[in-house]
Design a protein around this ligand. Structure first.
Ligand SMILES: NC(=O)c1ccc[n+]([C@@H]2O[C@H](COP(=O)([O-])OP(=O)(O)OC[C@H]3O[C@@H](n4cnc5c(N)ncnc54)[C@H](O)[C@@H]3O)[C@@H](O)[C@H]2O)c1
Length: 481
């Protein structure tokens, strides 16, 4: 991955992005250096950091590097060390704190940084983000992004990334454990032993070999699970709204009812959408095989829990494992009771039910992978190349990396209001140059444009930058070179 530099902003504009070059360089003496000369001098002064970046492909153009020490990053809430290490290796200034910060302290700190990394406790509200004058990007080192005002961030030109898939394997492994635990009634036997009761039974205890696993939602988790289940001798069928290629000998079935008809174990791996809410309710439990099992480690809204309680009390469902609930406590403690969910006490009375506190993705490996996924792949790529793939609040756009042959090429990023006529004005400005490639996309009120411009001199870059900044549609302009 090639690092690059944000050009100096023009003073007095409504939202300034801190430059990574000082006053004596580009902004005050735009014509003092040719790109080639700067490349030469920077190659020697930054030789160490280039050398460390082993992932830079041989033929990839070394875009002019940031003065990486000027990129300030604040990491809160004890972000995993793997993520911190990646950022430090880029040469950025990283301050890592183990806790979140009270709002006033957060506002003080956020004013100064280009990047902030958080987990779920730090609330990045419009009030906080309004003060984040230098902020380019937010990394959420977790799945959820509810703690960030995503729309406000987008309107300020701040991209937000999260890590939705780093824990897929952890969830899939938990489900495998639950399938065997339910089939052998291990939870009940263990509870009995804890109470001093020896109860050696084999009635209605099963091997899982040859049984059918029905996976609802064959995405990242569902497909991982499919592979693991087949390896243990299960037959796998799946239902998904999208036609998806099967792993191994798994088979997609056309309807949910087809899956419920056939499966001994039904497991849910769908997102929380209006159409997935209570997708497992009385009618679906009726459709399931007598003595089948239900597992939900997706979202709490997907299963109608009172209907599940009825189906289990009636003996229709032989066991269930739930990791997620419609209402979940905000903190650890004795909160999983009838006042949190009206049916809480009834649920806890059931036999052969495994109740876990939303730990499907909670493993050391997943935390490490989140650090690498958010930081290694998303944040660094966004800072250095402007690529928004994986962003949750910006349109996902990317241009291929520049090659060594593409000398004197600058990458222009123009985040702007999604209003009519902008592209015409932008292209009037870019049109004075040789635009090698360009892409533009929008999401709601915000649009994102990337363009690679070749045969461009430093003075021209400054002019181009200032003309883009002067457009009324502008939210944020970056020039990487
Ligand atoms: N328990 C945990 O700790 C934990 C951890 C990670 C993810 N999750 C949850 O697991 C779920 C699945 O995650 P993922 O990463 O596999 O998601 P994913 O987006 O990769 O896959 C979801 C799949 O569900 C399918 N789908 C959507 N609507 C559907 C419908 N109405 N019927 C059938 N299929 C439908 C999609 O087409 C997609 O293939 C999500 O809800 C996620 O929030 C839970």
């Amino acid at each position: 991955m090639t690092p690059a530099q944000d050009i100096k902003p023009v003073a007095g504009l409504e939202r300034a992005v801190r430059n990574s070059w000082d006053q004596n360089n580009l902004s005050n003496s735009p014509t003092a250096f040719s790109l080639a000369a700067q490349q030469q001098s920077l190659s020697s002064s930054f030789g160490g950091s280039f050398a460390r970046r082993g992932s830079v492909a041989e033929n990839m153009k070394p875009l002019k590097p940031f003065n990486t020490e000027d990129v300030k990053i604040l990491l809160l809430e004890n972000v995993n060390k793997s993520g911190q290490d990646i950022l430090r290796k880029q040469g950025y200034q990283v301050e890592a704190l183990t806790t979140s910060l009270p709002e006033d302290q957060l506002i003080e700190k956020i004013r100064d940084v280009q990047v902030i990394g958080i987990r779920s406790k730090t609330k990045l509200t419009d009030r906080v983000l309004a003060e984040a004058k230098n902020l380019l990007v937010i990394g959420c080192f977790c799945i959820g992004t509810n703690q960030v005002d995503l729309e406000y961030a987008a309107r300020q030109g701040i991209a937000v990334f999260n890590s939705p898939f780093a824990n897929s394997r952890s969830v899939a492994e938990l489900v495998i454990a639950e399938i065997i635990t339910l089939a052998r009634q291990l939870g009940d036997r263990s509870n009995e032993m804890h109470r001093g009761t020896w109860n050696k039974v084999s009635a209605k205890c099963w091997e899982i070999r040859g049984k059918t696993l029905g996976i609802i939602g064959y995405g990242h988790i569902g497909s991982q699970l499919s592979v693991l289940a087949e390896a243990m001798g299960m037959k796998v069928i799946y239902y998904d709204v999208v036609t998806l290629m099967a792993m191994g000998t798994a088979r997609q079935v056309p309807t949910l009812n087809d899956l419920l008809d056939e499966a001994d174990f039904v497991t849910l791996h769908v997102p929380d959408l209006p159409e997935t809410r209570n997708m497992m309710s009385t009618a679906q439990f009726d459709k399931m095989k007598h003595g089948a099992y239900l597992i939900n480690a997706s979202r709490g809204s997907v299963v109608d829990i009172p209907a599940l309680i009825k189906a289990m009390n009636a003996g229709k469902i032989a066991g269930a494992a739930l990791d997620v609930y419609p209402n979940e406590p905000a903190a650890n403690g004795d909160y999983f009771n009838g006042s949190l969910n009206t049916w809480g006490d009834d649920l806890r009375q059931l036999h052969n039910i495994i109740l876990t506190p939303h730990i499907g993705g909670s493993t050391e490996e997943a935390q490490r992978a989140i650090g690498i996924e958010v930081v290694g792949e998303a944040l660094v790529r966004y800072i250095n190349q402007g690529i928004t793939v994986g962003s949750v609040n910006m349109p996902e756009t990317q241009l291929r990396s520049l090659t060594l042959e593409e000398e004197n090429t600058a990458r222009v990023i123009y985040i702007h209001k999604n209003v009519p006529g902008v592209l015409r004005k932008v292209n009037e400005i870019l049109g004075d140059h040789n635009v090698d490639k360009q892409i533009s996309d929008s999401k709601g009120d915000v649009a994102y444009l990337m363009a690679d411009i070749s045969n461009v001199q430093v003075g021209e870059i400054k002019d181009l930058y200032e003309r883009l900044e002067a457009l009324s549609s502008r939210i944020l302009t970056r020039v990487l070179y």
